[in-house]
Design a protein around this ligand. Structure first.
Ligand SMILES: *Cc1c(COP(=O)(O)O)cnc(C)c1O
Ligand SMILES: [Zn+2]
Length: 377
């Protein structure tokens, strides 16, 4: 269906999108750019799944789509920090996190490439999502995850039939082992393969539709490797280019202070992402010391007029209790974006009159062990 350009973001080298490839020959990350977009009029008659944005999703043939009719998650207003905000309940997916947006598209591309075996590394949610969609596609899947990954996420990965390898040490150790194994099998990494973010971008399309074909003023997303952040940027940029919105929303990216390489780069105005010594954080899902797509993340935030912002671990438990008491149970990682929004409001960077949308990225039950301690404290 839609043709797309597939090229390196560092050196510009182009590749045919029909060829399995997760990295440029120069070592840089690749990006894929669809050339088409849906018409506004066509949407009304389509099913309420994220595949309603079909023209903008760079998978060639419909027969390769690996889907569970996921998407079009609720947008819920609630009052927070002195104003009404909109929560996008993006944990309402088959595997309980927004990563299914990326997994349905990446696994469809893997099917299109005709691959029967893949591997990847993740702190848990991306692995669960890729494992579930691999099961649905009949693709064998090996997962490398930190030994500290929560029990619920490990059980999920195993339940979907993936081979789970628990790797001792920090999050980066899992990536290192996976990249070594990737010499033998295709590396279905959610941060190296650009198809993933062309799935996560559908959260922006949905918000635009749910607001009556408007962009919000601001979005705040938790950011590790940047799949929610870059998804927002790609989605709203494609809408802007099509003339469907007049302006990008300000995109704010939230990191945990204990592991905040992008915040440091931003605040110290560094030319490249610095090497940091990450500390353990309650926000396990965004504990990423060396984000591969740091250039894209920086440029997206800069172009939108937003900023990177860090929040302290101590601010998370009270927020989890506050939202729980409003009927929304989220993972500690997801709460980082709300803690950031509270700070942005204090600093006047998001005004009370502005429409702010925050995706609730992961279901609280994913981190039942941590929540049990927090709620009983
Ligand atoms: C993956 C994830 C994020 C965002 O992570 P990125 O590394 O930026 O893609 C946010 N919240 C949860 C719960 C996640 O699992
Ligand atoms: Zn290159």
């Amino acid at each position: 269906m839609s043709e797309a350009e597939f090229a390196c973001i560092d050196c510009g080298e182009e590749y045919p999108p029909s060829e399995p490839r997760w990295r440029c020959g120069c070592g840089g990350p690749l990006e894929v750019a669809p050339k088409a977009i849906f018409t506004r009029e066509s949407l009304a008659a389509r099913p309420a799944t994220l595949w309603r944005y079909r023209e903008a999703i760079p998978v060639a043939a419909d027969e390769n789509i690996v889907s569970m009719n996921e998407g079009m998650t609720p947008l819920v207003p609630l009052s927070f920090s002195g104003a009404e905000i909109l929560c996008k309940l993006d944990f309402l997916f088959p595997t309980g996190s927004f990563k299914d947006r990326g997994a349905t598209v990446l696994m469809s591309k893997i099917k299109e490439w005709g691959l029967g075996q893949v591997l990847m590394d993740s702190s848990g949610n991306a692995a669960a999502a890729v494992a579930a969609y691999a099961a649905r596609a009949g693709v064998e899947c090996d997962i490398y995850a930190p030994a500290s990954t929560s029990a619920a996420k490990c059980a999920q990965i195993t339940a979907y039939g993936a081979n789970l390898h628990k790797i001792p040490g920090p999050r980066a150790a899992s990536t290192a082992v996976a990249m070594e194994a990737a010499k033998e099998r295709f590396y279905a990494s959610h941060f190296w393969n650009p198809w993933f973010n062309h799935g996560t971008k559908t959260w922006a399309f949905e918000v635009w539709e749910q607001l009556g074909f408007r962009a919000p003023d601001a979005v705040v997303a938790p950011a590790g490797h940047g799949s929610a952040l870059l998804g927002a940027y790609l989605g709203f940029t494609e809408l802007l280019r099509a003339g469907y919105i007049d302006e990008l929303p300000e995109i704010f990216a939230a990191q945990a202070a204990r592991c905040a390489p992008m915040v440091r780069m931003w605040e110290e105005n560094l030319e490249a992402v610095p090497e940091i010594a990450p500390e353990d954080t309650i926000a396990e899902g965004i504990s990423i010391a060396a984000p591969v797509r740091w250039k894209q993340m920086r440029d997206a935030v800069r172009e939108s007029g937003g900023c990177f912002i860090s929040v302290k671990d101590e601010t998370i438990p009270p927020l989890l209790r506050e939202f729980g008491a409003k009927g929304i149970l989220m993972e500690p990682t997801s709460a980082v974006a709300f803690a950031a929004l509270a700070l942005l409001k204090e600093q006047g960077k998001v005004k009370p009159s502005e429409t702010a949308v925050v995706p609730v990225t992961g279901h609280g039950l994913k981190a039942a062990d941590k929540l049990e301690k927090i709620m009983s404290a």
